[in-house]
Design a protein around this ligand. Structure first.
Ligand SMILES: Cc1cc2nc3c(=O)[nH]c(=O)nc-3n(C[C@H](O)[C@H](O)[C@H](O)COP(=O)(O)OP(=O)(O)OC[C@H]3O[C@@H](n4cnc5c(N)ncnc54)[C@H](O)[C@@H]3O)c2cc1C
Length: 544
């Protein structure tokens, strides 16, 4: 039996930092779907929002977060984020993390929705890579952490409301007999005292996204099926500025920090269209900028708008954004001049309901990072608040786990997956259909008619999938079929509350209900086997 004190699912910042912290409490297994550096965290560019300057204050950071969250933030959670954040940053700096400096002090960037320069960055525009590499180096120093790459969470091992471990599919030779590895892996059961899901968001379920392909919401679907409450999934953040390339879904992120340094958004006549729309112009909150770009594209009948940096200091741009400059160059564009940009699905605001310590509806199951919904982000995430969320809440979850203690008796679970020839092609086909449905019907601008049609199409795909599955004789589950099922669950979990929320707020915009409606200033809540419901803000939705 493979038994650990901690199993951490995912190797983004939340997972790696939780693993490092947990290694001081017991032994740790990290399972990750692809390789250790495949994550949103590794790709993060702009930086980490945290108060470090004398003229800044956690209360101002809180106020900016609440404004971006459009009335749906849980204030206690935001207080924890802005007050614990500086401690976590001080801690990692003390243990060797190097952020960029200017004149001997931390260099502070500005991003949309922030009223102070407070964004720490590293390696210019490679903050995610630097901080992830830093935490990986710490993880590598601990001899009680085992990393299992190419190992995908399939399910949780749950009995009577308690989580005892994970069911996964592994192509990793450390977990497998060599014949299994050669045959695309097989099912493995891992047991633990505490299971952490840190598997990131769902944005790669959309056709145009800034996320890597692993980020399709596996953890969300699995937790939902296990009985966890899922909150606020209608709020998807579309990043305003991702590089546009004709006929390519790949959307390279052009960090908000580029606009923070003064870049202008221009329509097809070369006019700054954000100026009359919002007092912060290009630095208005993300949903407003993304929607304005989208509407401008429709108005001008074009596939992108222009981000112009011509008027800025070339040397400063090259120094601050070396990674983005290089990426743009790779695709034939000069960042110091003008580049074509269009919005792309970027961040999942909602997720698995969890309390301030990462606890969920299931005992011994913790969640943190983008997959967790603590209510910090409200209806929309303030830029650069997510990496700091990973550090703050992973740390708290590990501390909390100690109070829960170890399991005395672990029940046994049977294997359930067959090793049929994997049907990769059917999965790829279904993934493409789902992604197009999501972009078309649950994208930046939504409507009752569109969402109803989108849900209908998802249901048709589900019926087809289950009809195929029913033809299998032994009733066992198959890897790619299960992955397809998860995609359909995630799509439904996004579209159902989007249809129910007859208003526009934050990352959810309905053209048929274009204004916010105070009757909808509530969280959406979905739980398997129960009616869709809502919960009061600052009520008891996040108490466990
Ligand atoms: C291009 C880009 C730039 C960004 N820039 C910033 C920024 O500057 N500042 C900021 O605060 N935020 C930024 N964000 C958002 C931020 O990066 C993420 O919200 C954050 O990194 C999420 O961290 P995480 O650890 O929760 O998840 P992730 O970093 O996404 O990691 C999830 C991990 O889980 C693994 N996984 C998924 N499914 C499974 C499964 N079934 N089994 C096993 N493993 C699984 C994945 O492979 C991955 O390793 C950016 C996001 C993107 C895409």
């Amino acid at each position: 039996m493979h038994k650990f004190d901690y199993i951490i699912v995912g190797s983004g910042l939340a997972g790696l930092y939780a693993a490092y912290k947990a290694s001081f409490k017991g032994n740790v297994a990290v399972i990750t779907k692809s390789h250790i550096r495949e994550s949103n965290s590794f790709n993060a560019q702009g930086g980490i929002a945290v108060v470090t300057a004398g003229d800044d204050d956690p209360q101002i950071h809180k106020s900016d977060t609440l404004i971006a969250g459009r009335g749906l933030c849980e204030e206690e959670a935001v207080d924890i984020l802005v007050n614990d954040g500086p401690d976590r940053i001080a801690e990692i700096i003390a243990s060797g993390m190097k952020f960029d400096t200017e004149g001997g002090a931390l260099a502070l960037g500005l991003e949309g929705g922030h009223h102070k320069r407070r964004i720490l960055h590293a390696g210019g525009d490679s903050t995610g890579k630097w901080i992830t590499e830093f935490v990986i180096s710490k993880v590598n120093q601990r001899d009680n952490i085992e990393i299992f790459e190419n190992t995908t969470l399939l399910d949780l091992l749950i009995k009577e409301g308690v989580c005892y471990g994970v069911r996964c599919w592994s192509e990793n030779s450390k977990l497998q007999a060599s014949d299994s590895v050669a045959n695309n892996g097989s099912e493995v059961l891992l047991y633990a005292n505490h299971v952490f899901i840190t598997s990131g968001g769902t944005s790669a379920i959309y056709a145009r996204t800034t996320n890597p392909e692993t980020t399709v919401g596996d953890g969300l679907a699995i937790a939902y099926n296990a009985g966890c409450r899922i909150v606020d999934m209608e709020f998807i953040q579309f990043h305003p500025s991702a590089l546009y390339q004709k006929d390519s879904p790949k959307a390279i992120l052009i960090s908000e920090a580029v606009r923070g340094e003064g870049a202008h958004l221009l329509d097809k006549r070369g006019k700054r269209f954000m100026v009359p729309i919002h007092e912060l112009a290009e630095l208005a909150p993300r949903d407003i900028v993304a929607r304005s770009i989208f509407k401008q594209m429709i108005k001008d009948d074009v596939q992108h708008v222009t981000l112009s940096l011509r008027h800025l200091n070339r040397e400063k741009i090259l120094k601050r954004f070396p990674g983005i400059y290089a990426k743009c160059q790779e695709y034939g564009h000069d960042l110091t001049q003008e580049i074509p940009v269009a919005p792309a699905a970027h961040y999942t605001v909602g997720g698995i309901a969890s309390n301030h310590n990462g606890r969920t509806d299931i005992e011994r199951l913790y969640v943190c990072g983008e997959i967790a919904a603590t209510g910090i982000m409200g209806a929309n995430r303030l830029a650069s608040n997510s990496l700091i969320e990973c550090l703050v809440f992973a740390n708290r979850a590990v501390e909390d786990s100690v109070t829960v203690g170890k399991i005395d008796n672990i029940p046994t679970f049977d294997k359930m997956f067959c090793r049929e020839e994997a049907n990769r092609e059917a999965y790829a086909e279904l993934k493409s259909e789902v992604s197009n449905i999501m972009n078309r019907y649950a994208g930046i601008i939504r409507s009752e008619e569109g969402l109803t049609e989108g849900l209908k199409r998802i249901n048709t795909l589900r019926l087809g999938l289950e009809a195929d599955a029913a033809t299998r004789e032994n009733g066992q589950r198959e890897f790619f079929e299960e992955a397809s099922r998860r995609l359909l669950t995630v799509a439904t979990l996004i579209m159902t509350p989007a249809l129910m929320r007859k208003e526009s707020r934050g990352g959810h915009y309905r053209e048929d209900y274009a204004c916010a409606d105070e009757n909808y200033a509530v969280h959406s809540v979905q739980q398997r086997g129960k009616e869709f419901t809502t919960a009061e803000v600052n009520g008891d939705c996040f108490d466990f």
